[in-house]
Write a protein that binds this ligand. Sequence first.
Ligand SMILES: [Mg+2]
Length: 388
Amino acid sequence: MIITGYRTVVVGTPWRELAIIEVHTDEGLTGLGEVRMVNKTDTLLAAIDELAPRYLIGTDPFDVARLAWQIEVGEYGLPGEVGASALAAFDIACWDIMGKALGQPIWRLLGGAFRDEVPAYANGWYQGDRDPAIVADLAQQVTARGYGAVKIDPFGAASSTLTPAGHRLSTEILQAVRDAIGPDRQIYVEMHGRFTGATAAVIAHDIAGIRPGWLEEPTLPLDIGGLRQVRASTPFPIALGERIHHAGELRGFLEQNLVDIVQVDVTHHGGITGFMRLVGWTNAYNVLLAPHNVCGPIGTAAALHCCIAAPNVLVLEHFNDFADVWVHDIVDNPPRVSPAGTFAKPTAPGLGLSLVDEVVAAHPRTGGRLALYREGWERRQDVSAYAR
Ligand SMILES: [Mg+2]
């Protein structure tokens, strides 16, 4: 079987664009991939168009290790965020084709089912004012929906430090969420790399009472010293990895024991092949995986198949029950979170879903992006609506 061509299409929402690839073969099988590129959709599409004729067209879709080597090593220039995401789009589509060719869901090709369902955590649910009572009410709605865990960045547009008032408001929001959802559900505290090590360490100390399930990206990705300072100041787990795009970039974090939960995004880390590379390696360090996922249903399905197969997975992120709920409908069989807060094991061959072209066509590009250092980003509206 040989790959003969591809097409790309972008689904637009107010704050994100979902780039979808459909890869075609000479046997009539097609495969889907998806990437929600952070704010650089045009750049991703250009990388896809530059790399596909070189390394995708004319190859066997089963040869994913060679495809990865070509883009990660053979290109000489490092793939970075965009190159690793283009590779992920190709790789996920190839796995979809493999599953269809063999009549098996992808997880059966990754070692089989380690688990039958995958816990989900909710993101994108706090789109109201930064008011503790309002956020608490929204959090209660999320857990009433069945989710056993929520993630929140309560820090507004903070950068490097917090004002005393900002610190007080942020901690009050987190305490209100804990009071609203009770002691038995997880609160993952998202810091988006906002803080210096000292500021993050103070925050970690002051929010210990809510018992966070993890502290996510407390410092910028390359601020190892700051991260070490946070690590020394809190017993709570540290999660990071959504801005890691090649396995080698994880070495320092693992070898220095600076991470407990690795959050690489399947669609920014070389796809299913890139993610599964990390499973054994992180396991050797007794570290868990919790894939970052801001995708629509195709990227979510790719992550879900990995999570079914990989033993050391903790939980999978999900936006689509609270942000742009209609994105479920761009495919015929989207992964859904049950009333028990979990994704079920997919059963159909490949990823197990097909595009619904009419819905895709009804949601063209928006230029949607996220501006995390502007007040109001939590509302996930068009960026022109943000305060500057
Ligand atoms: Mg994050």
